[in-house]
Design a protein around this ligand. Structure first.
Ligand SMILES: O=P(O)(O)OC[C@H]1O[C@H](OP(=O)(O)OP(=O)(O)O)[C@H](O)[C@@H]1O
Ligand code: HPA
Ligand SMILES: [Mg+2]
Length: 178
């Protein structure tokens, strides 16, 4: 285990099993449709790469970069869009792919933004969900795992731009940021 982790929540094997199941569910739900998967950089990149390969339907890729945490374990409350998608999503079935829904501020902002562009449908898929962090009424449509109210890293999730490449998911020691 990485020395800065308090404990591992989900191993590589548990993550793989859950991602396969999510891919199957999405494949069944979107039968006959084409999907535009929009990954939210940077955190979603690892999950995105694994998930899209488990969806057995035509999937177009696009990416948006949004940031609200910076080098903190608390949301700044302001979602900044650093890069927009370049696909015209009007009448398209969009799945927004995220690493985590915590306060929900990022996804609430993005979901409304996508609906204004007249997508045929917009659903949210997140690897992790932290219900106790929530400050909005946003809910995910496809969720990998619920996590406790702790700061989580690995599998794309960072603290101050570090730990994203840890292949499993764990709780960061408080001594690292307190
Ligand atoms: O539900 P919320 O409280 O809004 O938190 C979730 C968002 O915060 C993180 O992004 P961050 O701003 O850290 O950017 P990053 O993806 O580049 O790490 C994470 O990747 C989600 O996008
Ligand atoms: O628990 C978290 N870990 C990493 N990034 C995050 N962004 C929101 N919540 C988290
Ligand atoms: Mg982050």
């Amino acid at each position: 285990m990485h020395k800065d982790l308090e404990r591992i929540l989900f191993t590589e094997e548990q993550i793989r099993e859950r991602v396969v199941a999510l891919g199957k569910q999405i494949t069944a739900d979107y039968d006959g449709k084409e999907i535009v998967a929009v990954g939210i950089l940077k955190g979603a990149i690892v999950f995105f790469a694994d998930l899209v390969r488990e969806i057995k339907l035509p999937v177009k890729f696009d990416f948006m970069a949004a940031s609200s945490y910076g080098a903190s374990t608390k949301t700044s409350g302001t979602v900044r869009i650093l890069k927009d998608i370049d696909t015209d999503i009007e009448n398209k079935h969009v799945i927004i792919v995220e690493d985590i829904i915590d306060s929900g501020l990022t996804l609430k902002y993005l979901k409304e933004n996508f609906e204004h562009r007249k997508a045929a449908s917009v659903k949210l898929c997140a690897m992790l969900n932290k219900p106790e962090g929530r400050r909005t009424d946003i809910k995910g449509d496809y969720i990998g795992f619920d996590v406790p109210d702790e700061f989580i890293v690995g599998y794309g999730l960072d603290y101050a731009s570090t730990y994203r490449n840890i292949p499993y998911i764990g709780i960061l020691k408080k001594s690292v940021y307190a």
